[in-house]
Structure formats: C-alpha cells, structure tokens
Design a protein around this ligand. Structure first.
Ligand code: SF4
Length: 459
C-alpha cells in the first residue's frame, strides 16, 4: 500500500490554529533496521511541522523505537519512560510513544498498560502507517492507543523519510525473517519475509543519489533471501544489485545482513565483478561449532562456512569479513568454543561483534536446560577478544604502504584537523584533508597502525 499524508496535515492545522510549535525527540535502540525506521518516524513527524529537539526534556513528542534483541533493553526502556512521568504531568503538551519490536511481546504490552498507562501511543513493527492518526487522536482527544495490530503482509511505500546529513543512506529491501534461529525473537516480532518491489527500492536509491548521497547500505534481516517471496521467484538479490549499480551518483553499495546458508555463487561473482559493491562482507558466524550451529538452527556447518569464505577469498580480490559471534550458547563445551576460535583464526575477520549468550524470552533456546555459567561465558569472551585484537594488529600492519580509494566522510570526532573515511574493507582511516574534500573520493596511503583505526595521507 502507498502511504497517505493525511493525519500529518490535520496535526499541522491543529497546531497552527492553536499557535503551537512542537518538537520531537527519537531514542532508537537496536540495529540498523531500527535506525532506518526511526528516520521514517522523523520524516512523518516533520511532515506534521515538528522540529527536532536536541534534548529529550525539551521535546513535545518523545518516541522510543525499541529493540528486543539487546540485553537489558527492557530495563533501559522502562527506566527512560519512568523518567518522563513527572515531566509529562507538568507539561500537558508532552506525548510519549513506544514503537518497535519490543511492543510485539505480550508481556511488554501488559506491563505498559498496567504500570505506564500515561504512554500515549504504542504501536507494533507493522503499524508505522497508523502513527500519525494515533498521535492526532492523542493530541486532539487525549485518546490513548496501546495496541499492536497484525498487518503481516502489508508493505507500506512512500513513507516520508528524514535522512541524516552526510553521504551515506540506508534503504530497507526486505522485512521479517523466516529462519527461526533458536536464540532469536525476530521472526516472532517482525513476521515472515516480505520483499519490497524492485521499482520501489530503485526509486529510493535514485532519490538519495539525487540528494548527493554516495554510499547506500541495503538492509534486511536476511538480504540474500530477497525475492524468494515473489510469486515467479525469478528476481533475485543479484538482479537488484545489478540495477542499483547503474544508478548514477552511488559509488559504494553495502548490505547487511546476508545469511551464510543463502550466499550463492552468483552473488559472489556479482561482488567480484562490481567496482561499487564493497568488498567488506558481514557474514554472521554465531558459532564455529557444527554441533552448536545445529542447536542454533543456523542450517550450515563449520566446514560450509569456511568453504564459503575460502571461495570468496579466491574470487574477490581484497575481500574482508566482519561477523557476529555468540559465546556461551546453551551446551557449548570448551571444544565447541575452540572451534569458534579456530574459525576466527582462519577467516581473520576485520571486525567481530561478540556477545555472551543471554536468554531471550519466547525463544527455543530459553527452554534449553544446559545453560552456561556466566563466569564461563565471560572468560571465553575475553579469550575471543584477545585473539581478535591480535589478528587486527597483524592485518593493519599489512596495510601500511598500501593505497586505498576512500570517501571523505567528515571531520574526525577526536581531532578537528583530521578527516575520516573507510577503506573498502571498512577500516576507519584518519587523514589530513580540507572541508571541500568532504563527499569526494581520494587516494589515501596508509602510514600508521593504531589498532582500531589507521592513519593515512592523501596521495
Ligand atoms: S536469521 Fe536468525 S538471527 Fe537473523 S533475524 Fe532471522 S532468526 Fe534472527
């Protein structure tokens, strides 16, 4: 369905009649998909005439875009909502909204209804199109909405979106997930896979390119399942990449996250032959033990993962990999953990997002009996971290003296005389440049290894 700007206009008129100027503040928890949704909520709010507030205390509408994957997310959310209770009592023009995947969990909705009844709007992951209407009802009639509707098969297009300033934009290409990894709640809260139509995605890509964005990241829980839900099943993720590559102005294309089990030879060849698709691939490993992978329902083995990586290293010059790893999954023995260390050693990931396993309510892994002691998980995490740091230093050393095409992204956060960018394998590089260079691509030689970033010079 196409998004209709309707209640946004009504809110704008309502506020104009009352001579009110409203601000909004969005707090985003979780992944890149949630960040992308938050940009859409910001776009919707700006259509209402709201402006962005820099502090939560100064906003008329505070929107929490929640995530149920990260640990302690519930405590964090309710701490923040509780903090606003007194302010809301003092300010009758303040409204609180909670959206995102946490609201799809029954116990969270019950808790909001029971203990946080002052929250004005609660919506699930598939109800963004109703946000303006529900906010309108809250502002005009003080009517609260605390419900989660199931609009499983709806994809809403043309949602206004507020891109952050800069040269990078993200675009969702597929929603939901069919994989049911045993530790993950996403398929339950985000529903089954739904691919956006290629023409809608391409329109978005052309729009961001026309606004001067040079790099796009295609988003989905499982991007390489893209198109599997189309009836004729003929249009694939590779076809989509091929069309996006042709869009003038886009210089770098990234995607997160692909699933190792769905990584086809055609996709490998596409990456290899493209001079726009980044040669840095995020390939979530989760565990290096085939036994644990089976228990996680990942549908690949240690050997499959390593063979896939080897194939990519052979065919894609300068490819590098980042990954996600969970240590201390239920039943993980020392031997299983050593398998994970072995894969890390062999692949030499450029970046590893590593976590201790923690229980997610409603998942199969929650009911597994052989949970691992916290102290064991932490000790394994430290060993993994130490191995990874050693490998990063070794890899950085090899880059000294090499020259890379780098998009100048902006000033360095830590040094206002230096600028930053990333190598095609996603390493941060800082180098001297000028403001006018921002948004251009430079050849940068790596001159120094600082572990988490490299120093370079424009050549
Ligand atoms: S692929 Fe697995 S981990 Fe990723 S969203 Fe789907 S169920 Fe969760």
């Amino acid at each position: 369905m196409r998004y209709k700007i309707d209640y946004e206009k009504r809110i704008k008129e309502l506020l104009e009649q009352e001579n009110k100027q409203y601000t909004y503040y969005i707090e985003t928890m979780g992944c890149a998909l949630n960040e992308n949704d938050s940009m859409k909520y910001a776009g919707i709010l700006e259509k209402m005439g709201f402006t962005k507030a820099n502090e939560i205390e100064k906003a008329n509408v505070v929107l929490f875009n929640t995530c149920c994957i990260r640990e302690n997310a519930e405590d964090k959310l309710f701490g923040r909502v509780g903090y606003l209770k007194t302010r809301k009592k003092q300010n009758k023009d303040m409204y609180i909204a909670i959206v995102g995947c946490m609201t799809e969990q029954g116990h969270i909705l019950d808790k909001i209804r029971k203990s946080y009844s002052y929250v004005d709007v609660v919506l699930g992951t598939k109800s963004m199109q109703f946000f303006a209407e529900k906010l309108y009802l809250a502002i005009k009639n003080h009517k609260k909405t605390q419900e989660v509707q199931d609009n499983e098969h709806e994809i809403v297009e043309d949602v206004p979106i507020r891109y952050e300033e800069g040269y990078k934009a993200s675009i969702s290409i597929i929603y939901g997930c069919n994989n049911f990894c045993s530790y993950c709640i996403v398929p339950y809260v985000r529903g089954r896979e739904r691919s956006r139509l290629p023409e809608d995605i391409l329109n978005d890509v052309k729009t961001v390119a026309s606004k001067g964005y040079k790099e796009i990241t295609l988003l989905g829980q499982n991007v390489n399942s893209y198109g599997n839900d189309f009836k004729d099943n003929k249009y694939t993720f590779v076809d989509l990449l091929t069309e996006i590559e042709k869009v003038e102005g886009i210089e770098v294309i990234r995607f997160i996250s692909p699933h190792p089990k769905d990584f086809t030879d055609a996709l490998i060849d596409k990456i290899a032959s493209s001079d726009k698709i980044a040669k840095q691939i995020h390939l979530p490993l989760q565990s290096g033990s085939t036994r644990i992978l089976e228990s996680m329902n990942r549908k690949y083995t240690k050997e499959h993962f390593l063979t896939l990586v080897e194939k990519m290293k052979e065919r894609i010059p300068n490819v590098s990999f980042s990954t996600d790893i969970i240590v201390g999954f239920p039943g993980e023995t020392e031997e299983d953990f050593l398998d994970t260390m072995d894969v890390v050693e062999k692949v030499k990931f450029s970046l590893v997002y590593m976590f201790c396993y923690s229980i997610r309510k409603g998942t199969r892994a929650e009911r597994m009996e052989n949970q691992i002691e916290e102290s064991v998980k932490v000790e394994r995490l430290q060993r993994l971290k130490a191995l990874f740091e050693k490998l990063v230093l070794e890899d950085n050393e090899k880059k000294i003296g090499t020259v890379h095409k780098i998009l100048v992204e902006g000033l360095s956060k830590n040094n206002d005389k230096m600028y930053t960018g990333r190598t095609i394998d996603n390493k941060i590089v800082v180098f001297e440049a000028e403001e006018k260079d921002i948004g251009t691509v430079k050849n940068v030689e790596i001159v120094e290894n600082n572990k988490w970033y490299l120093t370079g010079k424009i050549v």
